[in-house]
Design a protein around this ligand. Structure first.
Ligand SMILES: Cc1cc2nc3c(=O)[nH]c(=O)nc-3n(C[C@H](O)[C@H](O)[C@H](O)COP(=O)(O)OP(=O)(O)OC[C@H]3O[C@@H](n4cnc5c(N)ncnc54)[C@H](O)[C@@H]3O)c2cc1C
Length: 407
């Protein structure tokens, strides 16, 4: 039986592990973190990804998720930029916000049949033609695997080991971002709010159990936010007096010493699904800016696409086959996400006024169609995966019935 090593137990690595395990593949994960630490803040998972999770039987407790419902897009002065509609109304799968640790817990539970080695860092991979892939660990140990999947995030060591230099470049979006989540039932807004202010963006997202997820984005030169900026104190003056509710949230975050996660927003200049039995997926293949809330969803879709290709092509052909299946789709989201981020931070009165007018004049039907077009490929992928898993289960039952009869 072919043995597969997944490097990285993030959303992409865990979903790939669940998919392969459901297909009967011998798969293992290594994760450099010594334990599953608190992974910070919240995340929204849209129907193209919840469809795949559903096909894989990954269920989150109802108490962990908050249906996205309506989204209020606001201009700098807090006036609506678009109709405050329930964007997922009529979708066969939900859109929800969830605390990252809760999502990880659900994925980990679903992957409980997969061996997971924590505190194990991969520092090198070398494809050995005809003999699989040699993996070097930080401990100095070497292992041999038939296929290695690099799901090790934006700063992927696996990508660095196998990709040409031009494929490793990251691009700074000009924007830096803080994220936090807090339990504050009295401050939870009725709907998700995203507010565009020249050079800044504010997002406030309701979570289940009286929680709130906040993201704050500011245009700034790369690395200009001083170390220690994960502290909320320097953040408050930057975003003060836009919205009294945000002021109250940040005040409470400071009083309770709640950690704030900060990072510059980067993406890969090129998308790369790997080569020579070393496959990349998720952020390792295509880190993108978060402006469409689709980065993790693309990692989840990658895993589904990998599941569909499994057994259809040889291991040597797998990276190229995955790229052929995924590149156009992911590149479109990657590009649009970048553009939305740039337009959202425009400065200049006339430019912003024209943009806001255009947004207000955009018919609802156009917005709805764009959203559906984003979700449909993932939902179709999940249908195909569900059918494949059902066929496989059917075959397994047939084999076990036949062997029982033979016995
Ligand atoms: C501000 C922000 C908001 C976002 N919001 C959303 C959203 O709302 N919806 C959405 O779909 N996406 C969102 N995203 C994107 C999403 O977070 C990522 O796309 C997703 O987490 C990528 O998952 P991954 O598994 O590919 O990588 P990661 O989550 O980075 O996981 C990689 C794992 O590999 C491990 N690792 C790294 N190197 C090694 C090594 N050498 N050896 C062993 N293990 C290693 C790491 O410890 C980590 O656990 C957002 C991103 C940002 C920055």
């Amino acid at each position: 039986m072919k043995r597969v090593l997944i490097v990285g137990a993030g959303i992409g690595g865990l979903t790939a592990a669940i998919t392969l395990e459901r297909l009967g593949v011998a798969v293992e994960i290594v994760e450099r973190a010594p334990s599953f630490r608190a992974l910070g803040a919240g995340i929204t998972i849209q129907p193209n990804a919840t469809a795949v999770l559903d096909a894989l039987g990954v269920t989150l407790p109802a108490d962990d998720v908050w249906p996205m419902g309506k989204v209020a897009m606001l201009d700098a002065r807090g006036r609506p930029l678009a109709a405050n509609d329930d964007v997922s109304e009529g979708s066969p799968f939900p859109s929800y916000s969830v605390r990252r640790p809760d999502l990880h817990e659900a994925l980990r539970a679903a992957a409980s049949g997969v061996e997971l080695r924590l505190g194990v860092e991969v520092v090198g991979v070398r494809p050995r033609p005809g003999e699989g892939v040699e993996v070097e660990l930080a401990s100095g140990a070497r292992e041999r695997w038939d296929l290695v999947i690099g799901a090790d995030g934006i700063h992927s060591a696996i990508r660095a080991a196998i990709a040409p230099p031009e494929s490793r470049r990251l691009r700074y979006s000009g924007q830096t971002c803080w994220r936090l989540s807090i339990d504050a039932p009295d401050l939870v807004p009725e709907t998700t709010i995203e507010r565009w202010i020249p050079g800044r963006r504010i997002g406030v997202v309701p979570l289940s159990r009286g929680g709130i997820y906040v993201f704050l984005v500011e245009s700034a030169p790369q690395g200009s936010v001083a170390p220690g900026s994960d502290d909320v104190a320097p953040l408050r003056p930057r975003f003060a007096a836009f919205d009294p509710r945000l002021d109250a949230i940040l005040e409470r975050v400071e009083a309770q010493g709640i950690p704030v996660h900060h990072g510059d927003l980067l993406d890969h200049e090129r998308l790369d699904y790997g080569r020579d039995r070393v496959l990349l997926l998720g952020d390792a293949a295509h880190a993108m800016t978060p402006n469409m809330g689709q980065g993790a969803a693309m990692a989840i879709e990658d895993a589904a696409a990998l599941g569909l290709l499994w057994g259809e092509v040889s291991l040597d052909e797998l990276p190229a086959a995955l790229a052929a299946r995924r590149l156009a789709r992911v590149a479109a989201i990657h590009r649009r996400s970048w553009r939305i981020g740039q337009v959202a931070h425009w400065r200049g009165k006339i430019r912003c006024a024209l943009r806001d007018l255009l947004l207000r004049l955009t018919p609802k039907s156009v917005t709805r169609r764009a959203i559906r077009d984003t979700w449909t490929p993932g939902i179709e992928l999940s249908d195909a995966l569900r059918a494949k898993l059902a066929r496989d289960r059917g075959r397994a039952v047939e084999v076990s019935t036949t062997s029982a009869t033979d016995a």
